[in-house]
Design a protein around this ligand. Structure first.
Ligand SMILES: [Zn+2]
Ligand SMILES: [Zn+2]
Length: 310
C-alpha cells in the first residue's frame, strides 16, 4: 500500500510562489494498491489534479471509492472538477457523513454544490456514475465501526472533534495501516463558560479513545493546522483558535508517542503558513521535539505530490 498526497492545505486553496513547494491545493489523499478499485480520501482541490492524471494514464471506465471526512468546503470543493465523474460507464461511490444538526443528508450537501447558484453542470449528468452512501447510521450507537470497503481492505470509522460531523478513517490492507484524521481538535474546554458534561474526565476519555484508534499505525496523516502558541494565543485571547476544530504540533507529537505510531505526516497546513515558515517550524522546533519526545516515530510535513510506501 502506498499513500500519495494530492492536496495538503487546510481551509482554502493557496496558490502563489510562497506556497509552491508544499502546495496550495486542499485535502486529497490517494491510497494506492496493486489491484482493486481506486481509493481516495477527500475531494479538496487536489482531486482535480488526480482526476486529470487518471484521464491521461488510466483507461475509463473507472471504479472509484471516495471516502469523505466531512462536508466543509475544503474537503469537497474539488469534487465538481473531478473529471472521472463525467466518464460514462464509470462507477464512483462517494461515502461520508452529513451535517446532522441541519437535518441534511450527506448526499444532499454533496449535490447542493452542483446546483444552479454555484455550478454550471447539473447533478443529473452524474446520475449513472455517482452514488452516495451515508455513514450516519453506522454511528447509531455511538461506537466506531469497521467494514470491508472492497476485497482485502478494512476501514474503521471514528468520529472526531470538529464543528461539523467529521470522520477519521483507518485503512488496513496488505498488512499495513494508514490513518487520516480529517479535521480534528483535541477534546478540551473551549469556552470560559461551564457547560453540562464539560469535565476533565470526559475529555481524557475522548482523547484516550483517539489514541487507541491510532494505536500502532504505520502512517497517520493528521490535522496540524496550528502551533500551540497560535492555538492558545494567550496574549491576545480574542485570536484564540480554540473551538475552531483543529489541532497543533505539540499535541500531535504527544499522540504519536502514546499511540506508538511509526510515521506521522503533519498536514492541513494553515493557509497563512508559507513554505519557508513551515520549513523553519519543522527544522527548528518540531523535528527536534519529535525526536526527543517520541524517538520511535518519524515526523514530516506532508507535501503535495509526496508518495509514501508503507
Ligand atoms: Zn479542513
Ligand atoms: Zn473542517
Amino acid at each position: 500500500m502506498k499513500i500519495r498526497f494530492w492536496g495538503v492545505r487546510g481551509s482554502l486553496p493557496t496558490p502563489g510562489p510562497d506556497t509552491a513547494r508544499y502546495g496550495g491545493n486542499t485535502t486529497c489523499i490517494q491510497v494506492i494498491r496493486d489491484s482493486g478499485p481506486l481509493i481516495i480520501i477527500d475531494a479538496g482541490t487536489g482531486i482535480r489534479v488526480l482526476g486529470d492524471q487518471l484521464m491521461k494514464t488510466a483507461r475509463p471506465p473507472f471504479d472509484i471509492k471516495l471516502l469523505v471526512t466531512h462536508t466543509h468546503w475544503d474537503h469537497i470543493h474539488g469534487f465538481p472538477f473531478f473529471t472521472p465523474i463525467y466518464t460514462p460507464g464509470s462507477k464512483v461511490e462517494v461515502m461520508g457523513i452529513g451535517p446532522l444538526r441541519e437535518g441534511k443528508s450527506f448526499e444532499q450537501v454533496m449535490r447542493d454544490q452542483m446546483t444552479y447558484s454555484y455550478f454550471p453542470v447539473e447533478n443529473t449528468m452524474l446520475d449513472n456514475v455517482v452514488s452516495y452512501q451515508d455513514f450516519n447510521r453506522k454511528f447509531s450507537d455511538g461506537v466506531e465501526k469497521s467494514f470491508e470497503l472492497c476485497e482485502g481492505v478494512k476501514v474503521t470509522l471514528k468520529l472526531t472533534n470538529h464543528p461539523v460531523y467529521c470522520i477519521a478513517y483507518r485503512i488496513e490492507a496488505d498488512g499495513k495501516s494508514f490513518i487520516f484524521t480529517g479535521d480534528h481538535e483535541p477534546w478540551a474546554k473551549t469556552t470560559t463558560e461551564d457547560r453540562p458534561g464539560d469535565t476533565r474526565e470526559l475529555f481524557r476519555i475522548m482523547n484516550h479513545r483517539m489514541v487507541e484508534f491510532c494505536r500502532g499505525a504505520d502512517l497517520i496523516a493528521i490535522d496540524t493546522t496550528y502551533t500551540q502558541a497560535e492555538y492558545e494565543s494567550a496574549d491576545k485571547p480574542h485570536l484564540s483558535k480554540r473551538g475552531w476544530g483543529h489541532s497543533y504540533f505539540e499535541f500531535n507529537i504527544g499522540l504519536a508517542k502514546q499511540a506508538g505510531v511509526k510515521r506521522m505526516a503533519f498536514t492541513h497546513h494553515d493557509p497563512t503558513r508559507t513554505d519557508d515558515a513551515l520549513d523553519r517550524l519543522m527544522s527548528e522546533s518540531y523535528l527536534p521535539q519529535g525526536k526527543k519526545e517520541a524517538p520511535d516515530t518519524e515526523f514530516f510535513a506532508a507535501r503535495e505530490g509526496m508518495e509514501i510506501d508503507l
